[in-house]
Design a protein around this ligand. Sequence first.
Ligand SMILES: *Cc1c(COP(=O)(O)O)cnc(C)c1O
Length: 494
Amino acid sequence: MLYTSTRNNKIRVSAAQAIAQGISEEGGLFVPCEIPQLSLDKISALTDMTYIQRAKEILKLFLTDFSDEELNYCVEGAYEKSKFSSEKIAPTVEVGENEYILELWHGPTCAFKDMALQLLPYLMTVSAKKTADGKTIVILVATSGDTGKAALEGFKDVDNTKILVFYPVDGVSPMQKLQMTTQEGNNVAVCAINGNFDDAQSAVKSIFTNGEIKKELAEKNMMFSSANSINWGRLVPQIVYYFSAYADLVEQKRINCGDMINFVVPTGNFGNILAAYYAKKMGLPIKKLVCASNSNNVLTDFLTTGKYNKNRAFYTTTSPSMDILISSNLERLLYHIGGDNDNLVSDLMSALSEKGEYEISEDMLNSIKSDFDAGFADENAVLETISINNYLFDTHTAVAVKVYEDYVSRTNDNIPTVIDSTASPYKFAKTVLCAKLNKESIGLDEFESVKELNKLTGFDIPLPLKALENKEVRFNNVCNKEDMKQMVFKLLNL
Ligand SMILES: *Cc1c(COP(=O)(O)O)cnc(C)c1O
């Protein structure tokens, strides 16, 4: 299995090279040259397996340059039971008729990013050994909140790696901020930037592709890589839980193997739902992938009209991990539905960076519509959804639940549907508590809100969030987006 770039399809690299490098030299993203298939028999065989076994079955199709021993080492280390608060790792829970929640937040940072970022450091260090032995890998991260913490936790004290995280100063929840600024480890650094997530992501991308900086790093025997979902090593672990959720429903006798189901995914950078798209193209019986957005509904418009336009108001919402107007992974979808057309992708991406907009052909739009549906939920709808449901949702999951309800009333399509739950409600405790109490504000801080929400609902508080209250803040750097480059040098002691 080889990988190519969305902006130059002459390129051929191994999985290890794609993962170690993170992004292709000309700025494109790595994609598999062909998509492996999994037969219904093989899917059916997943039902009797643990999450770790399921992960090995899926990952070995994509990571063909990893030996069995290497893959075992990676997967067993990442999904070790002690790191997850559910023995099933990602359990599927029934919440209504034909309505299921896939709980992806049982990892150490209580958001779905752990599903990939617990595995990525293993994939990265094995990949670096194969392709760049002896180099120190410098992970640069732009985060809208959850990636930063999950990446810090995954990479802390991992040999031959350093990790630098940039987050928008006013764009993350108090809990997310505290999780990052109190991070332990000898190879980590965190910095706030004056700007939003798109600013942070664009600056990180331009640092990555800056030849001068790369050269300077190479002289110190270092190289950059990415833990954002532009890295294939972030995406491929996410394909696993779509198969796993399907296998759970078969195992629980909710469906027969071969029955169609839908997935609803609360979406920001389009990484999670793109993993679902790969699962569908591999043969998982999925009818529709429903893309759920918050008030930043650029994807709803794009998936329904074929016009992408980021020139619009940016809203800071209660679901900050979805406050994104430039969804990086859409580039991979454009490549696949455009018939592996690298020139087309390069043109569309130039139009996006120069004019902030682009439009795709009728054929491409039809291809999108056969796989995707889309909707969005505004702030009032999110709070109401949390308030009226018995199951306790975080704000991101609530966006998806609301979009699902709208989807069913619009289409009458009520086949079994799995909604991704991407964060623990306690990560956004104050907002969730206000919604539950139908109040606009409460005179409680974040930790008091956690305790109050627990009293009100009886829902368990994850231990890693409980432990934060007494941790010391280690990082309080803030910089302007123009100064991120200097900050990188400073933090790396160059
Ligand atoms: C990152 C994140 C999302 C968005 O996922 P993408 O892969 O960026 O689309 C949704 N919810 C939560 C809680 C997240 O952390």
